[in-house]
Design a protein around this ligand. Structure first.
Ligand code: S3P
Length: 431
């Protein structure tokens, strides 16, 4: 399926953004490990999260849907599935489940994924797990066969910063009494740490000269709890960037997760001149959420340093579009991890911007974009099945002089199933 975005006037109104993808995976997996019932509100019902639900059900966990975004997980015992556990396109499902499985004595499973996921590196994950004593057959790519057993402790240095690796190690560590510690010179998103506390397992975080030291607490038996998930800042990125490039726009997202380890895009857009206002900040299930309003203002170029990337790793395609409409040369450093996302995102961004008449190049692991306040558009973008590349270039089409078409647009359901209707709701012309 292809989608076309046509140049539009101002985007205005309130946008309803679905629940955060990272938190949705974690709520399901931790709920499946915990004793008793976990009730989740605001769960993202995208194909990535449905992969986690299907995988957990195949592993013998009972999960029921009670309403839109409302699910109940009956945690406890997992069992060896009859077939391989297919994680589809979802790296978070695969990596967190491998961590959980490796620490479950008597449970064995082979974890697979689609062609994109099967080309993504896994040794960064299996390395620390094997160090803890995990038995995992396979190499650096899926499929991997995991044979659960008793694990020992670890001190793992999380470089490059990966929240998936950190989370897998913390989850694997739940079944041992040994010390489990992670050192992060650059912090990665901390939703697992925050959510573990809600399940009764406090995690301590110390700021030391060598980086953040994250230590799993001694109380490691999880108890089911009630969780409400905030709106996903990585999905909100698309309508908010569209508003940042379409003159006259004024868009509001309510209840967005504003965890400081996820707000890099918004801080960068603000530094570029976008008029951003946060209000109604509150704590919801241990996370900070707030309403965010963005009003159009002309953008200037930005310079993003490598240590900021972790706080906006999934928002770089959207940020690149904003940079194309900014005035001047933007530089975004430290993007090597983008090469191993759902596609080679650095390559896709440069190819897509170039096709749309924007001068852009990859300079080592930095991205240089020569913004001129506008873009020609008028291109058909090959997304390589990457949902965020598809949404980013549709945003470019809304602000450009000519329409932009993206292929494999069905993949948008990976993270944002109602994307097209949501965008139309604020005035976007996408079909
Ligand atoms: C995620 C962590 C990030 C991010 C991914 C979701 C998570 O990946 O890009 O979309 O939920 O922990 P890495 O851990 O590979 O940085």
């Amino acid at each position: 399926m292809n989608l076309v975005a046509r140049p539009c006037r101002a985007l205005t109104g309130e946008v309803s953004i679905p629940g955060d993808k990272s938190c949705s995976h974690r709520a399901l997996i931790l709920g499946a490990i915990a004793d008793g019932k976990t009730r989740i509100r605001g769960l993202l019902e995208s194909s990535d999260v449905l992969s986690t639900i299907a995988a957990l059900r195949a592993l013998g966990v009972q999960i029921e849907k009670c309403g839109k975004g409302e699910w109940v997980v009956n945690g406890g015992q997992w069992s060896t599935p009859a077939d391989a556990v297919d994680c589809g396109n979802s790296g978070t499902s695969a990596r967190l489940l491998i961590g959980a499985l490796s620490s479950m004595p008597g449970v064995s499973a082979t974890v697979t994924g689609d062609s994109s996921l099967s080309s993504r590196p896994m040794a960064r994950l299996t390395g620390p797990l094997v160090q803890m004593g995990a038995r995992i057959d396979g190499g650096d790519r899926l499929p991997l066969s995991v044979h659960g057993g008793r694990l020992g402790g670890i001190e793992h240095r999380n470089v490059p910063p990966s929240a998936q690796v950190k989370s897998a190690v913390l989850i694997a560590g739940l079944s041992t009494n040994a010390p489990v510690r992670i050192v992060e010179p650059v912090p990665s998103r901390d939703h697992t740490e925050i959510m573990l506390a809600a399940f009764g397992c406090p995690v301590s975080v110390d700021d030391t000269p060598g980086g953040w030291v994250i230590t799993l607490g001694n109380q490691r038996r999880l108890l089911g709890c009630d969780l409400t998930i905030g709106a996903d800042p990585s999905s909100a990125a698309f309508p908010l960037v569209a508003a940042a490039i379409a003159p006259g726009s004024d868009v509001l997202v309510r209840g967005m997760l504003v965890n400081p380890l996820r707000t890099g895009l918004y801080e960068t857009l603000e530094s570029m001149g976008a008029d951003i206002e946060l209000s109604n900040e509150r704590i919801q299930s241990g996370e900070i959420v707030a309403d965010i309003r963005l009003r159009y203002a002309p953008l200037r170029a930005c310079h993003v340093r490598a240590d900021r990337i972790s706080a906006m790793i999934d928002e770089i395609p959207a940020l690149s579009v904003a940079c194309a409409f900014a005035d001047g040369e933007s530089v975004i450093e430290g993007l090597s991890e983008l090469r191993v996302k759902e596609s080679d995102r650095l390559g896709r961004i440069v190819a897509g911007l170039t096709a749309c008449g924007v001068v852009a190049l990859a300079d080592g692991d930095a991205l240089r974009i020569f913004g001129r306040g506008r873009a020609r558009g008028g291109a058909r973008i090959t997304t390589h099945g990457d949902h965020r590349i598809a949404m980013a270039f549709l945003m470019l089409g809304l602000g450009a002089s000519n329409p932009v078409e993206v292929d494999e647009a069905a993949m948008i359901a990976t993270s944002f199933p109602d994307f097209t209707d949501t965008m139309r709701g604020i005035g976007a012309d996408i079909e």
